[in-house]
Design a protein around this ligand. Structure first.
Ligand code: ZN
Length: 135
């Protein structure tokens, strides 16, 4: 498998977002580590035939679907050994930001997290910017 790992502009935050393109399957992912926006293009799988094969049009072309998810914020946790874990914040977490921050701090304390390489953001739609919280 050959993939191109690169960066592209986040359409929501307009900063740098991580991207990954699979040259064999033509599938594509974009993930913003600031606002939590994500988008991806995936091939439909052939569920009736071989599960590893893609669903094709009558003239043999791969059928793709585009998905995107608005960003409400993001978290990045880095262990002291250097392993990183990223996730987007869901819309329901915005209703109680103090609870979200408290949960983030609790996770940082419970796990072996490097506080200098971990963060939580909350997307501010009005300011078109992300508020940053550090553990
Ligand atoms: Zn973004």
């Amino acid at each position: 498998m050959a993939s191109v790992i690169d960066t592209r502009e986040c359409p929501q935050y307009h900063g740098v977002a991580d991207s990954r393109y699979n040259c064999r399957t033509y599938e594509d992912w974009l993930q913003c580590l600031v606002c939590g926006y994500s988008a991806w293009v995936v091939n439909l799988r052939d569920r009736k035939g071989d599960p590893g094969r893609f669903k094709l049009t009558k003239d043999g072309r791969i059928i793709q679907r585009f998905y995107e998810r608005k960003g409400y914020g993001a978290y990045y946790l880095t262990s002291k050994q250097g392993a990183g874990q990223f996730g987007g914040i869901s819309k329901r977490h915005l209703n109680d930001a103090s609870k979200m921050i408290a949960k983030f701090k609790r996770i940082c304390a419970e796990r072996d997290v490097d506080p200098t390489a971990s963060y939580l953001t909350k997307w501010d739609e009005g300011k078109k910017n992300a508020l940053l919280f550090l553990p």
